[in-house]
Structures are given as C-alpha cells and as structure tokens.
Ligand binder design. Structure first.
Ligand SMILES: Cc1cc2nc3c(=O)[nH]c(=O)nc-3n(C[C@H](O)[C@H](O)[C@H](O)COP(=O)(O)OP(=O)(O)OC[C@H]3O[C@@H](n4cnc5c(N)ncnc54)[C@H](O)[C@@H]3O)c2cc1C
Length: 421
C-alpha cells in the first residue's frame, strides 16, 4: 500500500496570531499554503490563560493593522476571549486556509529532492517551505526546586484559571512578571493570604503624561530594540491591563496585604527559603520605571509636545515592612500554604521539527526567522527580530518579512536560463 502524499508549497504549523499573520502575508504574495492547527484558532488565548485575563496593551495597540476590535473603546483592554474571536474573525476576513484539529508530528528534509516530508494526524504532506508558528510559550516551565510534597497543590500559571480552583488556604506565587503579579493580586482580592516571590523585573508605568506605555515604547523605539540589553535577557516585564489598567506597584501590593519575598531559593523539610534580594529587585524595577519617565520627559521636550506634567508619578509609597525586613524562610505548614503557583515562564518544544535548524544547545538558529535550514522558518519567538516579536502587532511585521523571503526564494528556484525558457 502506498501512502498518499499531498503537495503544498508552504505549510504553516500553528494557528495562533503568528500563523494567522503568516497566512495573510502568504495570501497577499499569492503563495499557495495551508495552516495546520492541532486545536482551534488562537487556542492559547482560549484555554491557556486565566479567566479574567485582559490584554496588557490597549485595544488600539494590541491588534493587527488590518482590523480594529469592533465596538471597542480604543483605550480599553480587551478580554482574552474577545482576542480569540478577533483572530477567528481575522482569519475569516481573508478566508485563511486553516485546518484545525490537525497535529504536525514530524518534519524531515527530503533526500535527493527539494522540500520536506511532513507527517500529520491526517496524513503526509510534501512542502517546499515550513513555517513553525507554534508559539513562544509552549511548555510551561516549573523549576527543579519545586517541592515533592503532595499535600501542596502546585500548578503553573498556564493552568491557573480562577481563585475557586485552589484549595482553601494561603498561596505562594513564584514569579512576579505580568502573570505572577496579576494572579497574586486576583487571589489577594479574593480573600487569600498571598506570598509573592519577586525576582528581577522591568516595571514600566501603565501610562505617563496622558500616554500609555505602549505608546512610549513605540515613539522611543524600544519595541524595535533588536536584542535585550546584556544581563537583561531573562528580565520579565510586569504590566497589567486588569481593572482598566494600572502601573504594577509592588509597594501598593504589599499595602493591600500581599507579603513580598525575594527569589525562591529552595524547599527543604517543610521550609521554603528566599534570596535576600527583594529590596534590590524592587529598586532595580524602580530604576527601570524612572528611566522611562526620564526618556518620556526628554522626548516631550525635544519635540515640543503639549502633554500635561505629572510630577506625582515620581513619588513612591514608603517601603513596606516586608521589604525593609524581608522573610528569608517560611514554614509552609505554619503559614498555611496549600498551593503554589509557578509563574516561571515557558520553553519551546520543537521535537517534531527534525531538521538542521538548531544550535548545539537545541535553540532555533535563525536570522529574523529565516533558519539555517533553507525552507524552514520560525515565527513568534521572543526577540525574533525585535522586542515586539512575541506581541500581537510585532508578529505581523515579522510574518511579512518571512513571506517576502519565501517569495524571493521562489523567484530564484523558478528561474530558467535561456536554454530552458
Ligand atoms: C499570560 C500571557 C498574556 C499575554 N498577553 C499579551 C498581550 O496582552 N498582548 C500581546 O501582544 N501579547 C501577549 N502575550 C504574548 C503573545 O501574544 C501570546 O503568547 C500569543 O498567544 C502568541 O501567539 P503565537 O501565535 O505565536 O503562539 P500561540 O498562540 O501559542 O499559537 C501557537 C499554536 O500552535 C499550535 N500548535 C503547537 N504545536 C503544534 C503542532 N505540532 N501541530 C499543529 N499545531 C500546533 C497550538 O495549538 C497553538 O494554537 C501574552 C502571553 C501570555 C503567556
């Protein structure tokens, strides 16, 4: 019995925002393609985020250029389900060729002929190009320090949906990027005793002088930064669009009742220990916050903009007790901690992509998404081309670059010399 093989020029794997953007640009270039999605369009926005999540950026900003969020105040923060519907509607708008419920199992380069053999749950494809648009945040990462204690309910932030799913009792949230701070805040407001473990972070103001930080990062060219500053590769951004949007302020979270602690170091014999770095981490976050205010002030001055002064943005609440004399260890039982939420980030998983596009440490090897294996492309990765690459508006521009590259390569491959013409 011979296996039937479907020929396709370009195969896009994944129909999140990256896959949809890719499909739009391939369509514009007239390149025949298919998007294969193992679940549904924008599945991560439907089931991989907590119930109350809204976009971190305002509706005018966190979107594709071709469509505004219908009926939305442009300054509002769009709830996650609306974002999923938006991508679905966007795909319908240009009849994106998406097949849902199809998982790509393996991609291997053909031998002695161009292209790749792609095995999927609905059969085998032969594709000249494959774009891996499977997301920057695929595998939730829980660090190996997690205690082996079955009495404590432990989940990753990707598995957190709402306070009711957790057992009664206090909660330790490890990680204070956008996910960790928002989850800790929600739990505390739901009446939980919360401990929040705070590592190094950037903390832009939600808004300053009548402009959202998304606008500031745009005009200051910071979304276009080609790589994170040395030493800041793993520094998370703490921002929130929750409750109409507000600046993440650790002193305010402490005043509200959350106990801040430093980086979580270890679990042993029912005790958790923390690094003595809480104050430093918060101070460095403050410096990052103030540096954006300074840059914004300079920009306003240099461009003669008429935006209202906001001196109060520079005054901080007094340091809370938990910051002055931080807890360095805690008895989990005595503190009544029944749950730990690991808001500790994600890794990628390209185990299905068996091609020569990875470095010796297994990291995608590429330039602006064009990989070291001709015909294989990556899209949606952190810092793929710039800071904005994982975000809704950023991935759209990266997808355009990849579609242009595919179109150019096709021209080379279709070239015929005089004797062939
Ligand atoms: C908590 C959180 C909040 C965020 N908030 C914002 C925000 O407010 N604004 C913003 O701009 N960005 C935000 N982001 C960042 C980013 O926009 C999202 O992570 C977004 O989902 C990434 O889109 P993507 O298409 O690259 O990946 P994904 O949305 O993860 O899509 C990848 C798709 O690939 C599919 N897939 C994976 N493997 C296979 C396979 N082998 N075969 C077939 N299909 C496969 C998956 O099912 C998935 O649907 C947030 C991220 C997180 C984690």
């Amino acid at each position: 019995m011979t296996t039937e093989i479907t020929e396709i020029d370009t195969l896009v794997v994944g129909a999140g925002q990256a896959g949809i953007a890719m499909s739009e640009h391939l369509t514009k270039q007239g390149i025949a393609h298919l998007v294969l999605e193992k679940s549904r369009i924008a599945e991560a926005w439907r089931t991989g985020r907590w119930d109350s999540l809204v976009a971190n950026g305002p509706a005018w900003h966190d979107r594709f250029p071709g469509l505004a969020f219908p009926g939305r105040d442009p300054d509002s923060f769009v709830p996650k389900d609306e974002i999923a519907h938006y991508f679905e509607a966007y795909a319908e708008k240009f009849a994106a060729p998406v097949r849902t419920g199809v998982e790509v199992k393996s991609v291997v380069r053909n031998v002695g002929r161009p292209g790749f053999t792609v095995e999927t749950t609905i059969g085998v494809f032969n594709a000249q190009q494959v774009v891996a648009a499977t997301g920057p945040f695929q595998k939730p990462v829980i660090p190996p320090i997690a205690p082996q204690n079955e009495r404590i309910h432990q989940i990753h932030s990707a598995q957190y949906f709402n306070p009711q799913q957790l057992p009664q009792g206090a909660v330790l949230v490890v990680g204070a990027g956008s996910s960790g701070v928002q989850i800790a805040d929600e739990l505390q407001r739901a009446g939980r005793q919360v401990y929040l473990s705070v590592g190094p972070h950037d903390r832009p103001p939600r808004a300053y002088r009548n402009r959202d930080f998304c606008w500031w990062l745009g005009v200051l060219g910071l979304w276009d930064a080609p790589a994170s500053a040395p030493g800041k590769e793993h520094v998370t951004i703490a921002v929130s669009g929750a409750r109409g949007g507000h600046t993440v302020d650790f002193r305010a979270l402490a005043r509200q009742g959350i106990t801040l602690v430093g980086l979580t170091k270890d679990f042993s014999a029912g005790q958790v220990t923390f690094q003595p770095d809480l104050r430093d981490n918060i101070r460095r976050g403050d410096e990052n916050y103030l540096s954006l205010l300074d840059a914004a002030d300079q920009y306003i001055k240099a461009n003669g903009l008429n935006l209202p002064e906001e001196p109060e943005a520079r005054s901080f609440l007094p340091d809370p007790e938990c910051m002055i004399d931080p807890l360095l260890s805690l008895d989990l039982n005595e503190a009544g901690i029944t749950a730990i939420i690991w808001a500790t980030g994600y890794a990628v998983d390209y185990s299905w992509l068996n091609v020569n596009a990875f470095d010796e440490r297994g990291r995608p090897q590429h330039q602006r998404g064009v990989s070291s294996e001709p015909g294989i492309y990556f899209l949606g990765l952190p810092w793929l081309s710039r800071r904005g690459s994982t975000f809704i508006w950023g991935v759209w521009h990266d997808a355009k670059h990849i579609a242009d590259h595919i179109a150019t390569q096709r021209k080379y491959s279709q070239y015929k010399d005089a004797s062939e013409r």
